[in-house]
Write a protein that binds this ligand. Sequence first.
Ligand SMILES: O=C[C@H](O)[C@H](O)[C@H](O)COP(=O)(O)O
Length: 258
Amino acid sequence: MSLSLSPAEAGKFAAARRSVDFVEDGMRLGLGTGSTAAWMVRCLAKRARDEQLDLLCVPTSEATERLARALGLTVTTLDEAGHLDLTIDGADEFDPSFNLIKGGGGAHLREKIVAAASQEMLVITDPSKDVAALGAFPLPIEVLRFGLASTRSQIEAVLAEEPVAKREIRLRGGNDPLVTDEGNFIIDAHLGRIDDPEALAVALNKIPGVVENGLFLGMCRTIVIGREDGSVETRTQDGSKITDVDMAEAETLPGGPE
Ligand SMILES: O=C[C@H](O)[C@H](O)[C@H](O)COP(=O)(O)O
């Protein structure tokens, strides 16, 4: 194993490295956001360069776009690319039904649009994100800045009706709110456990000021789970398979985390 990687980063690299094996020449790809996705972009750039792959990439955030461009990947917009073959993205939690919480980095709006335009969504994670039920990770809810107080109280009203373990909401960034790439705010809902993600997702998105919530339900069919020793589990609805990646390759990648 590479000596310079922490155990957490080693797992992320392992998942990212394995995920780019699913990429084929000529594909149109969605590129996710976050620390695991950044490893994937670096692995992808190396593979594209080494094998002269012809790829068209749609990033899900300004940060991913900067990294992809800096590493020489061909970047375009979703409207120009149209339909995508594959999106590779990280997640904050995944459950046994392959449902996800995303948006810990504030990018879930673009991520969901890009994943929805893709034939396949492949999620790259580490074992810390594997949960029996979603909700320990605060659920990100992207909201318009206009009418924030009204939207916030409607979110509280929805949560009062939903089967969750607790109901605390916080504006991300507090008095200095985080502004997303789309110019919106994020409210994080600390729910502990979400017993009915489908109902909650529908109820939240009915609120006029809510732009999108971080529940990704039924969108992903493959989860790649990297471990610090370089073993990687690729989990699908049909079962799971373990492979190993060469951890020394982490030292040979172009670019680096921002
Ligand atoms: O908004 C951010 C994205 O949904 C990320 O994919 C998610 O937060 C996981 O990020 P990381 O790989 O850094 O844990």
